[in-house]
Design a protein around this ligand. Structure first.
Ligand SMILES: [Zn+2]
Ligand SMILES: [Zn+2]
Length: 420
């Protein structure tokens, strides 16, 4: 039996790949308008970067990482997300010594050992943004706006912005105590994961997908009552900036990022079209992360969005993308001398920026014409011995059937003029 691709991976075939290129192009264009520069970090990193940068108690680090020892005995992990690498790179290259803020964007594959399901893969792809070097709330609003703009310029609707503040370590300690007090009478009723979360990080109980646990989170205290003055003010400013842009958002106190170095703003954009609510992208502020991975204190905020989810949503909403692989010209040949001459014309035409093709399988003239059709060629031309001798041939506009006689030696210009 032939070898199949590993479970949870996907081949992005050319027809699909065109959609990806389109999404990436729109995103790149918007990133440029917002003055974000691309960063490309390694696909694998030292394992402890993610242990410290994502958090040892998270599902990602506990259960989902592709971790292995390389031949030198070093523990290596395929990156499960992009932020830790970006912050590591920022510190390693001392970018903090330059004028701030630093605005990055990235595209690429990420790896998590999860149960594969529709639109969810073990190798999946994210596009994301990170802004380092400022804790100004205007940047929080900018990052949310930027992500939203990518989705809306792609033509997506049915999007909800969910917004929350998770506070800073000080106000979160107060909140943690309130939660401990709230959950302690019913601790036995919670799932085993949540019982250990209760000890380590009760905020993450709010995130549990277990229905029983959710019963007990409904009337849990909200973080807003525990926010300190600085965090309250920051949150008010973020909302104020979003209000100025008339961006609708839903305050969502269950939106938690339960690690100490996640601070203040947390947000998600939810696509409500796919039947079940589906998070297309999420992000937030992480003012404590750089320190956590051994650097100095650098404020940061970012988001990551799932390419597979975006593509699914585009398909679901029947959004026509302006994709084309149509040819400008297909050259049909009769006989070997014509084939050799055509091979040279192909080269010249391609050099001139045109999309052209010929037959390589020795098809009949009829078979070659079919190829021209299949490739949606705008023009076709037949070259045989006669045409070569007279240096004249007929080009045919495929859609109208209109035929024009041209000088073969002027082929490049004749086609170029017509397809402009
Ligand atoms: Zn605070
Ligand atoms: Zn639970």
């Amino acid at each position: 039996m032939s070898i199949k691709r590993p479970r949870g991976t996907n081949d992005i075939l050319p027809e699909e790949s065109l959609k990806w290129q389109f999404v990436e192009k729109i995103a790149q264009d918007i990133f440029k308008r917002y003055n974000y520069q691309e960063i490309r970090t390694p696909i694998f990193e030292k394992t402890n970067l993610f242990q410290r940068g994502i958090g040892e108690t998270t599902d990602i680090v506990e259960k989902e990482m592709y971790t292995f020892n390389d031949k030198g005995g070093r523990s290596i992990t395929l990156r499960p997300e992009g932020t830790a690498s970006v912050v590591r790179s920022f510190l390693e290259h001392k970018i903090y010594g330059q004028a701030q803020p630093t605005k990055y964007f990235y595209f690429g594959p990420m790896f998590r050992y999860e149960r594969p399901q529709s639109g969810r893969y073990r190798q999946f792809h994210q596009l994301g943004a990170e802004v380092l070097g400022t804790d100004n709330p205007a940047i929080d609003a900018e990052v949310i706006t930027l992500g939203l703009q990518i989705l809306t310029e792609l033509g997506l609707s049915d999007l909800e912005v969910h917004l929350n503040s998770v506070g800073c370590p000080e106000c979160r300690e107060e909140y943690r105590e309130a939660l401990v007090e709230h959950f302690s009478p019913d601790l036995e009723e919670l799932c085993s994961d949540c019982q250990s979360r209760y000890e380590r990080n009760p905020l993450r109980i709010l995130d549990c997908k277990n229905e029983k646990c959710q019963e007990y989170t409904v009337d849990a205290p909200e973080i807003y009552d525990s926010l300190c003055e600085e965090c309250t003010e920051h949150f008010e400013m973020v909302k104020n900036y979003l209000d100025k842009l008339e961006i609708d958002y839903i305050l969502d106190p269950d939106l938690v990022r339960g690690l100490d170095y996640y601070t203040k703003t947390a947000f998600e954009i939810i696509y409500t079209g796919l039947g079940a609510q589906d998070t297309i992208f999420g992000g937030g502020r992480y003012d404590g992360l750089a320190e956590e991975i051994g650097g100095r204190e650098i404020p940061g905020i970012g988001f990551a969005m799932g390419m597979e989810r975006i593509i699914l949503a585009l398909e679901e909403q029947d959004i026509e993308l302006p994709l084309t692989t149509d040819l400008d010209l297909f050259i049909t040949t009769i006989g070997q001398p014509a084939k050799e001459a055509a091979f040279k014309y192909l080269y010249q035409l391609r050099e001139a920026g045109l999309r052209v093709e010929m037959d390589y399988l020795g098809r009949s003239v009829k078979g070659q014409m079919k190829c021209a059709d299949r490739n949606n060629a705008q023009y076709s031309i037949i070259i045989g011995g006669d045409e070569l001798n007279k240096r004249v041939a007929t080009i045919r506009e495929m859609e109208t059937g209109e035929q024009i006689e041209i000088e073969l030696d002027n082929l490049v210009n004749e086609i170029k003029e017509r397809v402009e």
